[in-house]
Design a protein around this ligand. Structure first.
Ligand code: DQA
Length: 147
């Protein structure tokens, strides 16, 4: 099983970016924890971060036929990007949306997600655990499909 983890804009700044909201782990820490958890489950995890909407769209397209599912924290593009949503809908891979912070207890503009309606589910508010729980849930989902 191969799972693609996509991180959107500004997540490269993790650890130094508003740490009271996003915590002190770096993106590398997060990726290492995901790789480790994947290994424990016998799952190959590949992580990619970009600040560019088009690069994220390209990676979603390239995931088709290579990966069995996608974990995505689209960052601010969650709230703006029809293009990323359409790419995910277009490749039709099971997708789990994750957020470090609880987007519903923050500013109103973070309450709407373009990704949520095309996702299996969303995990928001648990810091790095959002990703790890998301990975577990996605793997369970894919395995229950028997593929
Ligand atoms: C975020 C929440 C978004 O609203 C924000 O723009 C981010 C990070 C999160 O992980 O909590 O960049 O996706």
């Amino acid at each position: 099983l191969k799972i693609l983890v996509l991180h959107g804009p500004n997540l490269n700044l993790l650890g130094q970016r508003e740490p009271e909201i996003y915590g002190y782990l770096t993106l590398k820490d997060v990726d290492n924890l995901l790789l480790e958890k994947g290994k424990g489950m016998g799952v190959e995890v590949v992580c990619f971060q970009s600040n560019h909407e088009g690069a994220i769209v390209d990676h979603i397209h390239q995931a088709s036929g290579v990966y069995q599912g996608i974990i995505i924290n689209a960052g601010a593009y969650t709230h703006t990007s029809v293009a990323i949503r359409d790419a995910l809908a277009g490749v039709n891979l099971p997708t789990v949306e994750v957020h470090l912070s609880n987007i519903y207890r923050r500013e109103e503009f973070r309450h709407h997600s373009y990704i949520a309606p095309i996702s299996i589910g969303q995990i928001s508010g648990f810091g790095v655990d959002s990703y790890l729980l998301g990975l577990q849930a996605l793997v369970n989902h894919v395995q229950s499909l028997g593929t």
